[in-house]
Ligand binder design. Structure first.
Ligand SMILES: Nc1ncnc2c1ncn2[C@@H]1O[C@H](COP(=O)(O)OP(=O)(O)OP(=O)(O)O)[C@@H](O)[C@H]1O
Length: 213
């Protein structure tokens, strides 16, 4: 299977005294759903920021589809992020001034897709995750669990090659969590990799493998 993302001997600390990662290596292949576990404060979210090109490692290298990315310019890394990455983070960061539907289609429009093409796809995703009736609401008018599913729709609509999810089922009941896990699996099977940070042992057990930090 093709390797999509590879970290080689990554080192990182927010300050020299507090090192979170030392010579950390891992590779992630097409079709995989990988769980990342570790105690609170261990650095799991930080690892997603590093793998998602939001932070730069202090040492080591990172390859995306075989291309070294650690020393690329910020603007190139931003473009790569928009092209290849999808994020489902805890603080879902939906734009409060725009409707749920506009939030979901935002990344696809940024990539140059036509609104008339992506709106039906977005509505299908919202329906799948049980939030289609909130399409015209503003993010401030939806619950935390709904916001999480809306952020997931936005990420999946972008069909990212690398999907990074931080506690994606944290605010969800078990039935909604099940829908999310199935969606991750299907997404990976279409030729992507999905990395999930979670404290939820049941969720991690359903991944293809897990990595403990
Ligand atoms: N921007 C920052 N500047 C300085 N320290 C930070 C910053 N962000 C996080 N930290 C610290 O780095 C450590 C790792 O944080 P991180 O959020 O990556 O852990 P985590 O494993 O995801 O934790 P949790 O399971 O509680 O979400 C923590 O001690 C945290 O306080």
């Amino acid at each position: 299977m093709t390797t999509i993302l590879e970290a080689i001997d990554i080192g990182f600390g927010y300050s020299p005294r507090v090192r979170l990662l030392n010579e950390w290596s891992a590779s992630f292949r097409e079709g995989e759903v990988v769980g990342i576990t570790g105690s609170s404060g261990r650095g799991k979210s930080t690892l997603l920021y590093l793998l998602g090109l939001m932070l730069r490692p202090d040492d080591g290298s990172l390859l995306v589809d075989g291309q070294p990315v650690h020393s690329l310019s910020d603007s190139y890394r931003s473009r790569l992020r928009a092209q290849k990455f999808g994020f489902v983070f805890q603080d879902a960061v939906l734009d409060a001034t725009r409707t749920v539907l506009d939030n979901v289609v935002e990344t696809a429009l940024y990539r140059g897709e036509a609104r008339r093409d992506v709106v039906p796809l977005a509505m299908d995703l919202l329906e799948r995750f049980g939030v289609q009736l909130r399409a015209n609401a503003k993010p401030g008018q939806v619950s935390g669990g709904q916001a999480q599913r809306i952020a997931l729709c936005r990420a999946l609509l972008g069909r990212p090659r690398i999907l990074l999810a931080d506690e994606p089922t944290g605010n969800l009941d078990s039935e909604s969590a099940e829908v999310v896990v199935r969606a991750f699996r299907e997404h990976a099977e279409r030729g992507s990799v999905v990395l999930i940070v979670s404290h939820d042992a049941q969720l991690v057990a359903r991944c293809d493998r897990s990595i403990a930090l």
